[in-house]
Design a protein around this ligand. Structure first.
Ligand SMILES: Cc1cc2nc3c(=O)[nH]c(=O)nc-3n(C[C@H](O)[C@H](O)[C@H](O)COP(=O)(O)OP(=O)(O)OC[C@H]3O[C@@H](n4cnc5c(N)ncnc54)[C@H](O)[C@@H]3O)c2cc1C
Length: 333
């Protein structure tokens, strides 16, 4: 166990001032914010994360869910996943988010896990979590043990020759279809980042997972006003019915007029190196009748660029069926 300094600031400004000394925001960061700790503490016990300073952000007042003047929603960084999932407005107007959160982890974990922590959770790739193995994400330049190794659960979309780790979040897949915005504060001020730009593809720098700069604090997430009359579904397929990460999942937010789909927001989980929005599937759906043939075409389009690894070719068909079924669920009953 590495020793570290534990710091408990009183407000966001203090937290940002302490974090301003951070040298990197990437893997191996010397300063980390501590939210629910359900990812970070595990990784510290495994020596995958070894921060010298840990800044507790649980008492900064970032735990509120509020309506925004435009009719949207502002979700504080330390709002717990369960509080968000059961919030009345989320259940009613953003139900894909509620469904995705409740499909994740366990009740105990959801009671601790936070909005920002979920956004920034690390991959479950076993080679990333084992310091005896080569992993470009954990230790750049060492190689990727997962390519040709145990890769059944890993990515088929967005991978590179340096990293095939899956982004494990359910929540982020729903946020992609809701077109959420991530609000960040750092030593150079504040900025807003659309969810689609927040996570990065691995490319040749898999250690860099998001656009966060050293010391950046995620303060909150905003959702645009809900789309009236939309149907929302999150469907997650996994090895067991609960307490398991997705092998494939689909988030669907769909609007229809008689005879055709008028608006579609589609994202996949469990298959991409980042939460995987599919504009390809969306454009197949819009203007077409909401029937099985259209849904299958949309699923084909969503997986067209899939590149399976040695053990996970099954995910291509699984993800297609997952999306097709989610679309059926969103248009029946
Ligand atoms: C057994 C198990 C099963 C799980 N199953 C699922 C599942 O099925 N689906 C799923 O989606 N997730 C699952 N999870 C993951 C869980 O959702 C995450 O661990 C959780 O969301 C992380 O939130 P946290 O608040 O505990 O983050 P922490 O562990 O506190 O932090 C995670 C990372 O985020 C950074 N961070 C936190 N807050 C901020 C901030 N405001 N600004 C900048 N950086 C910040 C931390 O520094 C750290 O690097 C599972 C976890 C476990 C342990």
């Amino acid at each position: 166990m590495h020793t570290f300094e534990f710091i408990r600031p009183k407000n966001p400004a203090q937290a940002i001032a302490v974090a301003a000394g951070a040298k990197t925001a990437q893997q191996g960061a010397d300063i980390r914010f501590l939210a629910g700790g359900t990812t970070l503490i595990d990784l510290m016990k495994l020596n995958v994360e070894t921060p010298a300073q840990l800044i507790d952000i649980n008492r900064l007042g970032l735990d509120k869910i509020e309506a925004t003047p435009d009719g949207g929603l502002k979700i504080g960084a330390t709002v717990r996943n369960s509080d968000l999932a059961y919030h009345e407005k989320v259940r009613r107007d953003y139900s894909v988010l509620s469904q995705a959160l409740l499909a994740g982890a366990s009740a105990q974990l959801r009671n601790m896990a936070t909005t920002a922590g979920n956004l920034l959770q690390r991959t479950r790739c076993v080679y990333f979590r084992d310091t005896a193995m080569a992993c470009n994400k954990r230790e750049p330049g060492t190689g990727c043990s997962a390519i040709g190794g145990s890769n059944r659960t890993l990515a088929i979309l967005g991978a590179s020759e340096h990293c095939i780790a899956t982004n494990p979040s359910d929540m982020c897949v729903a946020l992609a279809t809701l077109e959420a915005t991530i609000h960040v504060q750092g030593k150079n001020g504040s900025r807003a980042v659309p969810i689609g730009d927040f996570h990065l593809l691995p490319g040749n720098t898999p250690q860099r997972e998001t656009v966060l700069e050293p010391g950046d604090l995620v303060t909150h997430v905003t959702l645009p006003p809900p789309v009236a009359g939309s149907r929302q579904v999150y469907l997650k397929l996994r090895d067991r019915a609960s307490y398991e990460f997705a092998l494939a999942s689909a988030a669907v937010v769909l609007s229809r007029a008689p005879g055709k789909v008028t608006r579609a927001r589609i994202a996949l989980g469990g298959v991409g190196t980042k939460p995987w929005r599919s504009p390809e599937a969306e454009s197949v759906l819009v203007g077409q009748p909401a029937n099985d043939a259209t849904f299958r075409k949309a699923a084909e389009a969503a997986l067209r660029d899939a590149k399976p690894q040695s053990e996970n070719a099954f995910k291509v068909e699984l993800a297609r069926r997952c999306l097709t079924h989610a679309l059926e669920m969103a248009t029946t009953g």
